[in-house]
Design a protein. Structure first.
Length: 300
């Protein structure tokens, strides 16, 4: 059979349906979103909460959201840059920081619904899989579902670090240990100690020791901020332990103080004038033009 050219007729274009805008932009997976958003009919108008985790080059964004016709409603949020308040000044996007951000939003949302005193979560961090159970005679657990967006869900991905932090905080998130660091897909075994090392940043500490031995210049260049703040490989675990305790003690969000500006604000354009001011300006321009013209012509 010879080559057949596909002719798209007028009937084809009349029936063409444009995809959703965020699908055209490659920003939303609507197949995954449909399964995360749709609530059971017998639950009526009960929100179906999602733990939305996103990573940028310099920050971690964790949000508790639920969907409405008008758009998603954000109930609570926590960010990686907030960890500076809890003593973590560097490495704000690694696995350990993702765990801390998840722990922060978990304790924050439970305090918002007055559940922080009922469900303490996993206080001792061992790296093992942990699921919170409802307590008889008390309000049920706060359940939400992990929303990873378009991120690759590979074993050891940082999105699962944020999920683990929220789960250890006392939030009910359905999950397994198959995507945590330390899980071997061939032997089907999970090494909790490897996961614990990632939670406390020991994979970073091991790399710091290795790089310091192999290439001192590269170590000083890559970990310059650590050296400036006098953070050694041996002190990283203590730093994260103190941060976990501080987050549990006070997970509240603090408003940033408004900076007071002194002096006049810079303007690069002329301030807006009234009608009278514009008329006076034109009048002065006419007088100045006539004067300049007369002087140039030699009239007194």
């Amino acid at each position: 059979m010879g080559f057949v050219k596909a002719v798209k007729s007028k009937a084809y274009f009349k029936r063409f349906q444009v995809k959703f805008r965020r699908r055209r932009e490659g920003r939303t997976d609507y197949v995954a979103r449909k399964r995360l958003v749709i609530q059971d009919k017998n639950k009526y108008n009960s929100p179906k909460y999602r733990l939305v985790v996103r990573f940028t080059n310099k920050d971690i964004i964790c949000q508790i959201a639920f969907a409405r016709i008008e758009g998603d409603v954000i109930v609570c949020a926590a960010y990686g840059h907030e960890l500076r308040k809890y003593g973590i000044q560097v490495g704000l996007t690694n696995y350990a920081a993702a765990y801390c951000t998840g722990l922060l939003i978990g304790r924050r949302i439970l305090k918002r619904f007055n559940l922080d005193g009922v469900y303490a979560g996993s206080v001792e961090i061992t790296g093992e899989e942990y699921h919170v159970d409802s307590i008889d005679g008390q309000p049920g657990t706060f359940r939400c579902y992990l929303d990873v967006g378009l991120a690759r869900t590979t074993t050891g991905a940082r999105v699962f670090g944020a999920m683990k932090g929220a789960a250890d905080a006392g939030v009910d998130i359905p999950h397994s240990n198959k995507r945590f660091p330390g899980y071997d897909s061939e032997s089907k075994e999970f090494n909790a100690e490897t996961h614990r090392k990632h939670i406390f940043g020991q994979h970073v500490a091991d790399y710091m020791r290795l790089l310091a031995q192999q290439d001192q210049e590269a170590y000083k260049r890559q970990f310059a901020k650590y050296i400036e703040l006098k953070i050694s490989p041996d002190s990283i675990e203590t730093m994260y332990k103190k941060a976990h305790a501080a987050i549990r003690e006070n997970p509240d969000h603090e408003e940033m103080p408004v900076m007071e500006t002194t002096g006049k604000r810079k303007r690069w354009n002329r301030p807006k004038m009234s009608h009278e001011q514009r008329r006076d300006r034109v009048k002065h321009q006419k007088v100045a033009f006539r004067t300049k013209h007369q002087e140039g012509a030699g009239f007194e």
